[in-house]
Design a protein around this ligand. Structure first.
Ligand code: G6P
Length: 368
C-alpha cells in the first residue's frame, strides 16, 4: 500500500496532488484542431441537440460536479438543465420524458441510487448518457453513450481528482454539443484555451498547500464552517463543505450567497468561520457586497479571490485571503475547489481522523 502512495502519507493527499496529471489524461486526445472530439458521444450529438431538457443525476460529489457544469452546459447548448439527486428523483418518481437527455454522473459507476435512477430513466424512454471513471461499470454498460473521465483509479473515500475530471469531461461535452452554434464560437475558443492551460494553473494553486495547512490549524477547534458561493461556484461551496464534513468530521455547510440574507445571516458572529468564494466572474460585485454585509456583522471571514484582488475583496484588511490563479470563469470551479480539498485534508490530519476511510462512509454505496 505504501508503494502505491509513493511519497504521500494518504491516498487523498496523493490524489489531490495528482490533479495536474489526471486532468491531462481526461483531456488527452480529445481537444483537437480547436474543437472537441468525444468518441463516446459522437453518434448521439444530433439527438442531444434536439432534446427538450438535460437532466443531471448523481449523488454526493458527483452531483456537485454536475451542479458545477450546469451553468456552462446551459450557456453553450441553450438547452434547459435541471438537477436531480438520484435518491430524490426516485422518492418523487419525478417526471422524465422521451425528449429528455438524462446525464448520469458517477465516479464508480456502481452507486445503487444512481443505477436505480438510470433504470427509471431508461423505462421512461430518455436518452441516457454516462459520465464515469470506471470502464466496464454498470453505468457505462447500461447507458446509451457517454464519456469516461479517465482520471485514474481513485482510492480515498473522499473524491477529489474525480471531481475535477468530471467537471472537465462535462465542459468538453458542453463544447461538443454546442459546436454547431456560430454565435458562441469565440466563447468556445476561450474555454478550449482555458482547458489547454488548466493543468499548469492547477499546479500553481497546489502551491497553497502550506497556507492551507496553516489555515487548517487555525480552524481545528471550530465547531462549524460555512462556505458561501454563487454562480459558477455555488457547487464549489457545496463540495468544499462536503469534503470538510466527510473527512474532517466537522459540521460544514455550503450555501448560496444570494440566500444569505434569507436566514444564514442570523448565524454570523465573531467566532463562526465563513469562507466566501469571490473570484472574478459576473457575480464578483455581488460577492463584494456579501463580504461587506458579513463584515458589518463582525463575521470571521476567509475570502477566496483571484490573484491580486486581496484589497478589492477586503479593503479593510480584516479578512484572511486565499489568492488563486484566474482562469476562464466557467473553469474556475476546478481551481477553486483545490484549496478547499487541501484544507479538508489538513484539518483531518490535524484533528487526528482517518483520512482515507472516514467513519461510517464507503467509497461506493452499492445498496439503497
Ligand atoms: C459515496 C462516496 C462519495 C461519492 C458518492 C457517489 O457516498 O462516499 O464520495 O461522491 O458515493 O459516488 P459515485 O461513485 O456515484 O460518484
Amino acid at each position: 500500500e505504501q508503494i502505491k502512495k509513493g511519497s504521500y502519507d494518504h491516498f487523498m493527499q496523493k490524489e489531490i496532488h495528482e490533479q495536474p496529471h489526471s486532468l491531462k489524461t481526461t483531456m488527452r486526445g480529445r481537444l483537437k484542431d480547436g474543437g472537441v472530439l468525444l468518441g463516446g458521444l459522437k453518434e448521439y450529438l444530433k439527438t442531444i441537440r434536439r432534446c427538450r431538457r438535460v437532466v443531471f443525476i448523481g449523488c454526493g460529489t458527483s452531483y456537485n460536479a454536475a451542479l458545477a457544469a450546469r451553468p456552462f452546459v446551459e450557456e453553450l447548448t441553450g438547452i434547459p438543465v435541471t438537477m436531480e439527486v438520484a435518491s430524490d428523483l426516485l422518492d418523487r418518481q419525478g417526471p422524465i420524458y422521451r425528449e429528455d437527455t438524462a446525464v448520469f454522473v458517477s465516479q464508480s459507476g456502481e452507486t445503487a441510487d444512481t443505477l436505480m435512477a438510470l433504470d427509471y430513466a431508461l423505462e421512461n424512454g430518455a436518452l441516457c448518457v454516462g459520465i464515469t471513471n470506471t470502464v466496464g461499470s454498470t453505468l457505462s454498460r447500461k447507458t446509451h453513450c457517454g464519456v469516461h473521465i479517465n482520471a485514474g483509479c481513485e482510492i480515498g473515500v473522499a473524491s477529489t481528482k474525480a471531481y475535477t475530471s468530471q467537471i472537465v469531461a462535462m465542459a468538453m461535452m458542453a463544447l461538443a454539443i454546442g459546436s454547431d452554434q456560430i454565435s458562441t464560437q469565440a466563447r468556445r475558443d476561450t474555454i478550449i484555451s482555458g482547458l489547454n492551460n488548466l493543468s499548469s494553473n492547477v499546479s500553481e494553486v497546489l502551491k497553497l498547500d502550506v497556507e492551507m495547512k496553516e489555515l487548517a490549524s487555525s480552524l481545528i477547534d471550530s465547531e462549524s464552517l460555512l462556505v458561501f458561493g454563487r454562480g459558477y461556484n455555488y457547487a464549489t461551496a457545496l463540495e468544499g463543505a462536503l469534503k470538510v464534513k466527510e473527512v474532517a468530521l466537522m459540521h460544514s455547510e455550503g450555501m448560496l450567497a444570494g440566500e444569505m440574507k434569507h436566514g444564514p445571516l442570523a448565524l454570523v458572529d465573531e467566532n463562526l468561520p465563513i469562507i466566501v468564494i469571490a473570484t472574478r466572474d459576473a457575480c464578483f460585485s455581488k460577492q463584494q457586497s456579501v463580504i461587506q454585509q458579513l463584515l458589518s456583522r463582525k463575521g470571521r471571514l476567509i475570502v477566496m479571490c483571484s490573484r491580486g484582488d486581496a484589497s478589492a475583496v477586503c479593503p479593510s484588511g480584516s479578512c484572511r485571503v486565499i489568492e488563486v490563479p484566474e482562469v476562464a470563469d466557467c473553469l474556475q470551479p476546478v481551481i477553486n475547489i483545490i484549496p478547499l480539498q487541501l484544507l479538508a485534508y489538513h484539518l483531518t490530519v490535524l484533528r487526528g481522523f482517518d483520512v482515507d476511510q472516514p467513519r461510517n462512509l464507503a467509497k461506493s454505496v452499492t445498496t439503497q
